[in-house]
Ligand binder design. Sequence first.
Ligand code: BGC
Length: 845
Amino acid sequence: MVRLDVEQTISELTLGEKIALTAGVDFWHTAAVHRLNIPSLRLSDGPNGVRGTRFFNGIPAACFPCATALGATWDTELLDDVGRLMADEAIAKGCHVVLGPTINIQRSPLGGRGFESFSEDGILSGTLAGHYSKGMQEKGVGATLKHFVCNDQEHERLAVDSIVTQRALREIYLLPFQVAMRICRSACIMTAYNKVNGTHVSENKEILGDILRKEWGWDGLVMSDWFGTYSTSEAINAGLDLEMPGKTRWRGDVLAHAVSSNKVAEFVLDSRVRNVLNLINYLDPLGIPEGAPEKGLNREQDHALLRRAAAESVVLLKNQDNILPLKKDKPILVIGPNAKLAAYCGGGSASLLPYYTVTPFEGVSAASQAPVEFSQGVYSHKDLPLLGPLLKAADGKPGFSFRVFNEPPTEANRGAVDELHLVASVGFLMDYVNPKIKSMTFYVDMEGYFTPEEDGLYDFGVTVVGTGKLLIDDEVIVDNTKNQQRGSAFFGNGTIEEKGAKYLQAGCTYKIVLQFGTAPTSDLDNRGIVAFGPGGFRFGAARRVNQEDLIAHAVEQASRAEQVVLFAGLTMEWETEGYDRDHMNLPPGSDELITRVLTANPNTVIVNQSGTPVTMPWAHNAKAILQAWFGGNECGNGIADVLYGDVNPSAKLPLTFPVRLQDNPSYVNFRSERGRVLYGEDVYVGYRFYEKIERDPLFSFGYGLSYTTFARSNISINTVPEKPTLPHQPEGTITEPITTTLTVTNTGPVAGSEIAQLWILPPPTNSVNRPVRELKGFTKVFLQSGESKEVQIVVDKKVATSWWDEQRGAWASESGIYRVEVTGTGKEVLKGIFEVEKTRYWVGL
Ligand code: BGC
């Protein structure tokens, strides 16, 4: 790449070239203008790994724990490391920009993408996102804060109007973006799909122009979410630099027309182009050539970081009678639907093909020095488990053949235009490219051989964006071609899973064929749905089982076992993009299994894996509970490290776990109704609500236990003299620090990390209703048993004290005595005070 003289280049570009630069050319690349040495950039999802340019049949990648897992670590240094490794992964895949981190707010436990954002709290989320971006950008790769702003649910995400007060917008939803940018100005921002207070964000002048550009002084590149541009002039004029993906729908000739009719002034178009060229210059040192090949790194040292991240994220919620850590030299029974399943990541655009995965069962088996037994208990899949890995292709390789045709199966003498070998029987073809395909309508025959190990009735399921027919030895078992019904798969574009069944005999080999037709062959009404490319398919199967028998068997085994661990939870089918969960419960059967196993063996350790909260009606009966998440490649090892005490858990919840969904403040206002969702809880999101109304959640924000104990002492608080007006602060600095110093002591038997959390309580004289207290800072410290360390938490006075005054359109830091609380593991609260002498108002970053 070549450093560009931006102004000179703008003066030399033709109108057509300028317009071309403001839109993608395909799913993952921007336009090039080679005559002026302007290269194309490659963008990739994000946020928990770098998938590269192929959603379908991609190159494997490192998968990091999901953001709520990283949120639970409260570990800024870890996030720096995560950002750096993410950058290495991006460079290996020839990517200049990563589409992450995601920093929306979990208003409700049901949000389908809740797992993708760090926390319900803007300070925690923004701080971690800032470090993630800093680590990444230190290595030259651009970070993208997304989705700006109020994309906090999936239901009707393109159309919904998030109705939110200016105060909540500032104090809750914009806050993580603001905080992240104070630490590191991300190279890019991705706009949200939704409207905020009546206008789509991608054409919202107030949000993109007034707040982001003017008030925050941010000069990076604003891109739309994929197919989240909805206008030509409005979006360009509001400040949307780049329409993604290509080919353009809104720019091209339409934009030329808008410029020639002066709906868009050329100097405005130049500003959009300027931001694209500045980004190219910013990324220039990377030296990634256009069309760079995509490689996987999969390095030994990276496995260690991924394992550290997985283990550091596991939250110890209960540990009565010190049941944990488990003993490696004692036999163990492993039960449950998530034991032999690698719930490594959530679903949707965050998902990727991992280098490898480690299931909890494999993690426990690798750590244990004694026999490990297994009992399924129940299954938790939403759709039938993928059949692909159980198939063999004609040449005996695991998987199946994938043969692409321009003509339907009814056409004799058709010839395949491509043949691939696949293992996973799920694929979203959005970025599948094949020059021999004549139109969006094409057909694929997938063929493999299945030899069941057990006799029985087998269920088969087919989910498609398009049409699909599953045949066994040429007999149609599932027909998903007619009377199709919309489901939640493929970002809400797919059908429900259509099912059929057939009795199969152990040892016999059956030919399985899926005849797939792309999206245009479907009879689903696709109005209002974003068409992500030519379509998608998924087929699965399972032997029909009697759940009662499975549970009874697990219960019987548990009653005899010395050590038992039960893995339950969700998967990428339950928590995914394009779809919010219908309820907060575990999949059917899981609660019953847990309850009955706990009765049979009260010392059973329960491990829940989910990206967001679930109900735990059995929590009071369980002595030991761990909250694990979608833990990335090393998920199973990370959990085993905590179970056996190789890692002392230090994580704290980044989200409140309510007892019931009804307790959640957004309960009456979640989902789109007549095109809008009212953010009726205002600033009382998450812990701010539970503390205000004094309702105990099941487990609070910031809560988590350890295998050791900690004491906090010697608090002192120092402030610097106030300046007459609150100053603007450059990136990475604090201009009016409040420094809280305290001593943390490890008073227990083992080494471990403690997270000190600093909360600020507003003065009672404050002129508006405010949360009881708000998190304003935190720090993490590692201590040997018996060791003490002095730690400091430094916060900025204006950030720590202000609320958003809607009348003035400014942050208000009101005079008065503010109380400080420092919490951590255990109930002890250290208290202090500081004073704001003079009321001041400010705007800016
Ligand atoms: C998601 C974005 C993602 C993009 C590209 C969209 O559906 O909302 O987060 O970056 O797709 O995959």
